[in-house]
Write a protein that binds this ligand. Structure first.
Ligand SMILES: *Cc1c(COP(=O)(O)O)cnc(C)c1O
Length: 469
């Protein structure tokens, strides 16, 4: 499989190189040159497969030519073997023809484990083959950091540096990062805010001299391998609900358009998905596009669903590429316009095309809490605030009551106690057994000044399993 840039000017890469690349050299994002398409018979034959075996069948075409079948099978078995629930991604019924796909049974209790557990193992495999070591740098306001660290903790060839804003992440989130101990794991608390952390990551990618030749790798949601891993659970859920002989709808809590883009790809690969609902919080740039063809940058609003607090949606460019007949120059022009004006809209027929599949809703904090309370009263089931946004959007926007509606359950409620409390629910969610002693575990973290050189010196002093690069 070859991968091409959404802006049409960067060289095509194979899977191995795309795994190690961040943005394409023309500023675009990598996408598969040709999407595999499965027949109804093929998809039907996968019913009942264990998660890792289904994952092998769905993802095999994407890694073909870079990773041998036997190796890939083993990697997938290891990856999904660490999930606490035997079903890996269990479905729970909430209402009539309405389900939550629980994607929070992994080590850090959020859906990002599906991609980052795999990414860490794929990186290690490829790097061992090339006899190369890399450094990962990332900024996190919560979820991504712990999932990335958990995904990389066993990697022999990776040192990972995750920056979080000092004293500005929740205690559960901090402990999920800082209690993972290992010579190759480096938690940095920056005396600044999340944007400061992110700016330092960006500046480090732009000028990598401090790394003395070691390659820097990104694990943010633009990484193709993350999207690829997320395609699988759409197949997994739909197969259990009667696909490919019956269509299924999905409602997806969205920030960077990564998770829902994976659903869009699943549909283009042959899975009968009749509707995809974009569910946002107050940071609703995607809802503004889907409802009115206006992708306009707004200010950032802090919400009770912080993992979806974004101003621009980095994976949206991948959809724009398809909406423009995969014309990289057209996308490039649009993105230039967006950069200059903070606004973007597409021709009417292209927008209408998007609306054939996508609906959307923006859900504020009040409605989020009301949904948590409503579902808890109806069923006793406790939603996290991100998933609650998905449920609200599913209930308001679904096109067919007769088809199954699956809401992606993106996080465990224990990670977001503030929203549960505000919903007026007295029962405090409990940590699952594998994290029950989280508050007793030893923490390791370095507090650094909000200063690029200080951070880069730290990385070059510790980037080789705690020793200098
Ligand atoms: C990251 C995250 C999201 C948003 O996912 P995108 O791929 O950015 O759309 C939603 N919910 C939770 C809990 C997350 O951690």
């Amino acid at each position: 499989m070859r991968y091409i840039s959404t802006r049409g000017q960067a060289p095509a890469l194979n899977f191995e190189d795309v795994l190690l690349a961040g943005l394409a050299s023309d500023g675009g994002l990598y996408v598969p040159e040709n999407l595999p398409r499965f027949t109804v018979e093929e998809i039907a034959s996968w019913a009942g497969l264990p998660y890792h075996e289904l994952a092998f069948r769905v993802m095999r075409p994407f890694v073909a030519g870079s990773i041998a079948d036997a190796d890939f099978k083993q990697i997938l078995e290891d990856t999904y073997g660490v999930f606490a629930h035997q079903a890996v991604a269990p479905l729970t019924q909430l209402g009539a023809n309405e389900w939550v796909l629980e994607l929070f049974q992994g080590p850090t209790l959020a859906f990002k484990d599906f991609a980052l557990q795999l990414l860490g193992r794929l990186l290690d495999h490829v790097l061992a083959k090339r006899n190369e070591r890399v450094v990962i740098m990332g900024a996190t306001s919560g979820d991504t950091g712990s999932a990335a660290i958990e995904g990389c903790k066993a990697c022999d060839n990776v040192d990972i540096f995750i920056m979080h804003p000092h004293n500005r992440v929740s205690e559960v989130q901090r402990r999920q990062m800082t209690t993972i101990l290992g010579e190759n794991i480096h938690n940095i608390a920056i005396e600044g805010n999340f944007d400061d952390c992110q700016e330092m990551v960006k500046a480090s990618f732009a000028d990598q001299g401090f790394l003395k030749g070691t390659r820097l790798v990104a694990v943010n949601s633009i990484n193709w391998a993350r999207i690829m891993a997320q395609i699988v659970y759409y197949f997994h859920a739909a197969l259990q609900l009667g696909a490919p002989h019956r269509s299924v709808a999905f409602s997806v809590p969205t920030g960077n358009f990564g998770d829902i883009f994976a659903g869009y790809l699943a549909r283009n690969m042959g899975l009968p998905i009749n509707q995809l609902i974009v569910a946002t919080n107050r940071n609703d740039i995607l809802h503004r596009f889907m409802s009115g063809n206006r992708y306009d940058k707004d200010t950032l609003h802090a919400s009770l669903s912080p993992s979806m607090d974004i101003m621009v949606s980095s994976n949206f460019e991948r959809l724009l590429f398809d909406l423009h007949g995969r014309n990289g120059l057209a996308v490039s022009a649009l993105m230039d316009e967006f950069k200059a004006t903070g606004k973007l809209s597409v021709a009417d027929d292209r927008w209408t095309e998007a609306r054939r599949l996508f609906d959307s809703l923006a859900v504020d904090d009040e409605q989020t809490c009301a949904t948590i309370a409503q579902v808890h009263a109806q069923t006793g089931y406790l939603l996290d605030p991100h998933t609650a946004i998905g449920v609200k959007a599913a209930r308001d926007c679904r096109r067919s009551q007769a088809l199954p509606m699956v809401v992606l359950g993106t996080a465990h409620p224990v990670k977001f106690p503030e929203a549960v409390e505000k919903a007026g629910i007295a029962a405090v969610p409990q940590l699952p057994p594998h994290l029950a002693d989280l508050f007793q575990r030893e923490e390791r973290c370095t507090v650094l000044a909000n200063d690029l050189k200080t951070v880069q010196d730290f990385v070059s002093q510790h980037g080789n399993r705690g020793k200098p690069l």
